[in-house]
Design a protein around this ligand. Structure first.
Ligand code: OFO
Length: 165
């Protein structure tokens, strides 16, 4: 049985994962429109991963006998300055998600809800990987550069990374 404050926060996280999926899908569409097919493919795959994160939370909440809630999702930005802007925003967004997960984990500790604490460890590890993934892409951009053929190479590199899971 989940305490109400934990249930509310889990439902809020469900909404955030859904938002993440839409954000990455919007980014994928923007990249596609710019002819950046590698980045578009990578972000579409990542968008699908975020839906899995949402479904995993859904499954957990419903298994406790509580009700997972589908709520309104804010529209993501659909316009970006350039590919660097896209990935700077993904990195920043993942850092924000990490703080949300950490708050959730702290709450489960405070409330001595060890089942939820245990369940959320997957998200703790996942956030660590995702921050590393997006930071790695930004590092690649800095090393390769985005002038001339650099943009083509960066896009190809990102496309080759594919989905992580
Ligand atoms: Fe990007 O890991 Fe879920 O939100």
């Amino acid at each position: 049985m989940l305490k109400q404050n934990i249930l509310d926060k889990l439902n809020q996280q469900i909404n955030l994962e859904h938002y993440s999926s839409n954000l990455y899908f919007a980014m994928s569409s923007w990249c596609q429109a710019q002819g950046l097919n590698g980045a578009a493919r990578f972000l579409a795959a990542h968008s699908a991963e975020e839906l899995q994160h949402m479904h995993k939370l859904f499954g957990y909440v419903n298994k406790t006998g509580a009700q997972a809630i589908v709520s309104e999702i804010a529209a993501p930005d659909n316009t970006f300055k350039d590919i660097k802007d896209v990935f700077e925003r993904t990195y920043k967004h993942e850092q924000f998600i990490t703080t949300q997960i950490n708050e959730l984990v702290s709450l489960t500790m405070e409330e001595k809800d060890y089942a939820s604490f245990n369940f959320l460890q997957w998200y703790v590890a996942e956030q660590h990987e995702e921050e590393d993934l997006f930071k790695g892409i930004l590092d690649k951009m800095d090393i390769i550069g985005l002038d001339g053929r650099g943009l083509f190479m960066v896009d190809r590199e990102i496309g080759a990374m594919g989905a992580k899971h």
